[in-house]
Design a protein around this ligand. Structure first.
Ligand SMILES: [Fe+2]
Ligand SMILES: [Fe+2]
Length: 465
């Protein structure tokens, strides 16, 4: 572990002068990007942040005040497994790839660039949120997520520089050039071009879109390309906190709304009505489902065959790792009707991963509904059907209601305001967003968290303003 190097790392960077030079050349460009596109207005403030200083589940992080541009973004991989093997696909059981196999080079670079692009994109989407934080605790969590997404960018750039030569370096540069929502040079995936300009968006984003990240990283943590697997395993350690922020953040909004509903109309009491929360859920859940790719996908089959991208918990959850003889039944639209179609399992692996994700999201909904129940309310929140409001895959060119029934485009448009955030919803939510920065205080539209961070109380001065 070299924590004092220009770029903290556990990949023996000092021994690889060529790579070290390349990354040290990229570093100032990264810092320029961070200053331009990172949290606006808080670069000189001291934030109580955790910094990765080791790998493994125990004692891997150090907590202290740091100004964000001084954050120690490092390159950390889980330790190599001796005799690691390719765990699935056509090369199952062969030694894991320590270098990029020539025939998979383009596919692998595409996977890494696509994952890498999401990391800075989310920082860009969230850069104005600090100005309207509901509490110092939330402000700190926002910045924690932001700096770690920055570190995840480093993780992917390390792979590009370390294993792909010239074109890898070009891709690493391009990761700093695209901008979320910019029509001329947008980020690669659509969810990462959507504005995330209020805290309800932020919590829904970290709940649903960061959770897509968990499933993508989990599938890549199974990869036969060992450096990628080891990188993604460690990123998952950090990612857990991001989803905690979203899950508990939305839970706290639901709790506060429930409290206000017992007093009257949350809208006249400065809270966020449940129907608006539901529409935000519908929006971010459906966009996040798109991130898994098409339901029927030859790419997913190729990635699996090559041993590059596995299934969720491939090793723990499955006993058969080639997936050659199984069939997957998917509902598809044929002659204006939903009908089952049988497809080879390997071509359905995006959908298999998406279903794991949906199961996980349902647990979040159950937690929020438990809060409603505990507050004595009978109203409930729900996930829309996975066919609803899709822009990628089998369902993209059809329209469905939230229950997954095929409906006409006219009916969808007529009912859009029931199901998806309206301009008025967004304006109303934005009207509630005013910074609360006194330690121990919280905005009216959200409940206080049950505990603080790392043993500190909620009242702790998480950011020195
Ligand atoms: Fe990330
Ligand atoms: Fe994340």
């Amino acid at each position: 572990m070299d924590l004092y190097a220009n770029i903290p790392n556990n990949v023996n960077l000092a021994q690889d002068k060529r790579l070290q030079r390349a990354l040290e050349k990229w570093l100032p460009n990264y810092l320029d990007w961070w200053r331009e596109m990172g949290p606006d207005g808080f670069q000189e403030k001291e934030v109580w942040l955790r910094t990765a200083v080791d790998v493994g589940s125990e004692g891997w992080a150090h907590f202290d005040y740091v100004k964000m541009p001084d954050y120690r973004w490092g390159i950390f991989l889980e330790p190599a497994q001796p005799n690691a093997k390719v765990g699935f696909g056509d090369n199952y059981g062969q030694p894991a790839y320590q270098e990029v196999p020539g025939e998979f080079r383009n596919a692998l670079r595409r996977i890494i660039v696509t994952q890498g692009d999401t990391e800075p994109a989310s920082v860009e989407q969230q850069r104005q949120l600090g100005k309207t934080c509901p509490s110092l605790y939330d402000l700190r969590n926002l910045f924690q997520v932001n700096v770690e997404e920055g570190r995840h960018l480093w993780a992917m750039v390390y792979l590009l520089h370390g294993f792909f030569g010239r074109d890898g370096r070009d891709e690493a540069d391009a990761l700093l050039e695209r901008r979320s929502g910019n029509p001329d040079k947008p980020r690669i995936l659509e969810a990462f071009n959507q504005p995330c300009d209020d805290w309800l968006n932020f919590f829904a984003f970290t709940m649903f879109t960061d959770r897509d990240g968990k499933y993508q990283l989990s599938a890549l943590a199974e990869s036969g390309f060992e450096p990628l697997a080891r990188t993604c395993k460690f990123m998952l350690t950090e990612e857990a906190h991001h989803m905690f922020v979203g899950d508990t953040g939305l839970g706290r909004v639901v709790k506060r709304t429930a409290q206000l509903m017992k007093e009257g109309d949350p809208r006249t009491l400065g809270g966020i009505p449940l129907d608006i929360i539901q529409r935000y859920i519908n929006f971010w859940f459906s966009y996040s489902l798109d991130l898994f790719g098409g339901e029927i996908s030859s790419n997913s089959a190729d990635f699996f065959a090559a041993g590059l991208k596995g299934r969720y918990k491939e090793q723990d959850q499955y006993s058969e790792h080639t997936a050659t003889s199984e069939i997957f039944t998917l509902m598809v639209v044929e002659d204006s009707r939903l009908k089952p179609r049988e497809i080879p399992l390997r071509n359905a692996l995006n959908e298999v991963l998406r279903q794991e994700y949906i199961k996980d999201c349902e647990k979040g909904l159950a937690r929020w509904n438990k809060i409603l129940d505990e507050e004595g309310l009978s109203e409930r929140l729900a996930l829309p059907n996975s066919r609803f409001h899709r822009h990628v895959g089998e369902y993209a060119n059809h329209t469905f209601d939230v229950a997954g029934n095929l409906i006409s485009a006219e009916e969808f448009e007529a009912r859009r305001i029931e199901w998806l955030p309206t301009m008025a919803d967004r304006e109303y939510v934005r009207s509630l967003m005013h910074a609360v920065t006194e330690p121990g205080k919280i905005a009216n539209w959200i409940a206080q968290p049950s505990t603080g961070i790392k043993g500190k109380p909620f009242e702790f001065e998480y950011v020195r303003l």
